[in-house]
Design a protein around this ligand. Sequence first.
Ligand code: SF4
Length: 510
Amino acid sequence: MGGEIHDECGIAAVSLKRESKALFYLYRLLLNLQNRGQLSAGVTTYNKERPQLINTYRNIGTVNEVFRTSNVQKSMELFRKYAGSKGIGHVRYATCGTNERTQAQPFERKHGRLWKWFSFGFNGNLVNFEKLKKPLVEKTEYHFILNNDTEIIMHYLARELKGYKKPSLKAVFHNLSRIFDGAYNISFIDAYGDLAVCRDPLGFRPLCYAIMDGELFAASESNALVNIGARDFKSLQPGQLISVKNGDIKVETFSRPKRKAHCMFEWVYFANVGSVLDGRSVYVTRTRLGKELAKLEREKITNDHIVVPVPDTAKAAGDAYAYELGVPSMEALIRNRYVGRTFIEGTKREDKVANKYTVVKEILKDKKVLLVDDSIVRGTTSKQIVKFLKKLGGAKEVHVRVTCPPVKAPCFYGIDMSTVSELLLPQYEKELDPNKTSENVLDRIAKDMGADSLIYQTIPGLVNSIGLPKQDLCMGCLTGKYPTTCGRTTYCKALKEFRSGKSGKRSYER
Ligand code: SF4
């Protein structure tokens, strides 16, 4: 897929006992979460010596662009200005809204009362956005500036914090969990300096923390914690909140869900390959996916065959698949690591792929390529890659092998694929059967892609590879069976629209 879809965000939080170095840690955590969003980055820090007790800095760009690290003087000014003992951070990739700075997080809400003056960062997506917005608009005359779910969360948090006495954050998140439907990991800080990080009751997105010498560090992924020196980290359990108040760190349960719904795509594609999510290593999962895929191989292997993994997310799976089959795994598709985001790359998918990869024809010439990719969502990138391998590289055959089962339905929980019409599979299959995809459909897709054959991972192969019970995973986009009420109703609506030819908009369009 090579970056065809994106996660929405990454969050971080730091609480130190004395030193005002929270921003240095936040910066490093966010750098290590850059894979989760490159559109904008931001922080809110707390410093009781400052008139601005909590102060937010956010901007468009990668973490290093936002923190101006190419200009030492400017960067140091920022680090001095936003120095604090506590803080929260955010990196964003937008599935909705524009690229403006106003969309960047954290979102700060100022108020004269210390507990009502707060800031927060959000990772996920609320499926019942419209339902949540309605009472605010109708009954209480709220005004919406950005009209996105982050703004909704801000209003609902503010509503929970009203009154003359500060409520406990456990009560606040408990109340929100009764009305929010969707994925929502939230980092929160107020002008008292109280800080909290919460994971939604189904645990769609990952969230980890480490406590070192009485100081708290939290991040969406474990690799960020390990890279700042944490030797021991834990996953925050779904429905839990970790908070720091007057220096005391406490883990509390604000909701007791009947099931979990960890997004399977985190292991397949999104998360950093070095991370461990809910006790399961991303690297080990990807190697298992490769081994499972090898069990499905039908191609008669010859000396002309080579395995080419799509970098970087299919590398671990591709190598394991190649090892199982006894075929060399070759880097014949090289990712151009320093391209980054640029307007020069153009808007055409072909131009983007051309900018992103280099093919090594010295490896590919006259070879039968087993191309291992992590997933196919829209199919546009895969088609371009197959074309490049054959036309530019001179490959004789290209057989596409996919480590994720077919994506047959949209995601309403914060992944950038929220309509049926944008997905490849529904264009070929009338009845979207989660348990099988006919050979005929696979042959047609392969043909349209310019490939010689196509094999996808199976759902049992995926579940075995992750190693968590099936009922603890969200696989809504593979099966059409969503773990929340609004997910289910939104899918029915989306499918109906798609079948009537009306689709094209997000089913929860703002
Ligand atoms: S629908 Fe798919 S992408 Fe979305 S949270 Fe569930 S598994 Fe992840």
